[in-house]
Design a protein around this ligand. Structure first.
Ligand SMILES: Nc1ncnc2c1ncn2[C@@H]1O[C@H](COP(=O)(O)OP(=O)(O)OP(=O)(O)O)[C@@H](O)[C@H]1O
Ligand SMILES: [Mg+2]
Length: 266
């Protein structure tokens, strides 16, 4: 990948990755208690690419994902999202990044129990300053996309695990994120619900969404463009499963996103 120097004097990739990490590390504790949860990870995710990360429990997958999405700060290394440096952002800019540029999906869904499916999906748009009307329209459109518009008024407690995860995915998409980061999204689902999610991730991929999925499920990993194996905090192997990005809007769709982070720095 070629590098050049932008007019601000900082290095900038011309052929930009959507998500880029260099020398990423996360350490917990010290001396004998030191844990190197992530230990020198380099990663480039192209616009529209789906990357699956697999590895045994405790190898650092969640820690990595949390840093990539600005939920946690690295001990060392760099993270760039759409060409913008994430690891040096101040708290306010980071909060905005998490809200507007990153969509998280977690194993345990993390829906608000007292809000309906629709209200859960509306929330990120409302927090980002949408009008209630626009947020509602967006939420219903997304629930339609994940096949749950008829459950819009249900509380999470009245939904199955698979349905809850589909609501969580709709919520992750609410602000049209640059990247969706999913941490074991099918970890709490049965086989049938997993297949539903598989189809949903596939359709996001087709639509040009950039995705990083941590998974133990080889069926999910098999739909990725690239599968990365992680051990003891580091990447040890990588398999390319497709010729490159396969999204129909691919680079074009995601390229339209580049620059969407303007103004995220304080
Ligand atoms: N807050 C913390 N303090 C100390 N150690 C931590 C902390 N968070 C994670 N770790 C350690 O970092 C390592 C990586 O944890 P992480 O949760 O990233 O693993 P994982 O690959 O996601 O595992 P799993 O597949 O079980 O979810 C583990 O050894 C864990 O004990
Ligand atoms: Mg984990």
């Amino acid at each position: 990948m070629s590098e050049t120097v932008s007019d601000t004097g900082s290095p900038r990739t011309v052929n930009a990755s959507m998500l880029r990490a260099r020398g990423l590390r996360k350490e917990y504790g010290k001396e004998e208690g030191l844990v190197r949860a992530v230990d020198g990870v380099d990663l480039d995710v192209a616009p529209g690419e789906t990357v699956a990360v697999m590895g045994p429990s405790g190898c650092g997958k969640s820690t990595l994902l949390h840093m990539l999405g600005g939920l946690d700060r690295p001990s060392a290394g760099e993270i760039h999202l759409a060409g913008r440096r994430v690891d040096q952002m101040g708290e306010r800019a980071l909060a905005r990044l998490r809200r507007e540029a990153v969509g998280f999906v977690f194993q345990a869904f993390h829906l608000m129990d007292e809000l309906t499916a629709r209200e859960n999906v509306e929330l990120p748009a409302l927090l980002a300053g949408s009008t209630p009307r626009a947020a509602r329209r967006r939420a219903l459109g997304l629930l339609e996309q994940v096949g749950l518009v008829d459950r819009a008024k249900f509380l999470p407690s009245a939904l199955s695990g698979g349905q809850r995860q589909r609501v969580a995915i709709a919520r992750a998409l609410a602000n049209d994120p640059l990247v969706v980061l999913a941490d074991e999204p099918t970890g709490n689902l049965d086989s049938e619900a997993t297949l539903d999610l598989l189809r949903l991730f596939d359709s996001l991929h087709e639509a040009g969404q950039t995705l990083v999925i941590v998974t133990h499920d080889s069926r999910i990993a098999a739909t990725a463009d690239r599968m990365i194996s992680m051990r003891d905090g580091a990447f040890i192997d990588e398999t390319r499963l497709t010729g490159g990005t396969t999204g129909t809007t691919g680079t074009g769709g995601a390229a339209a996103h580049l620059g969407a982070l303007a103004g995220l720095e304080e």
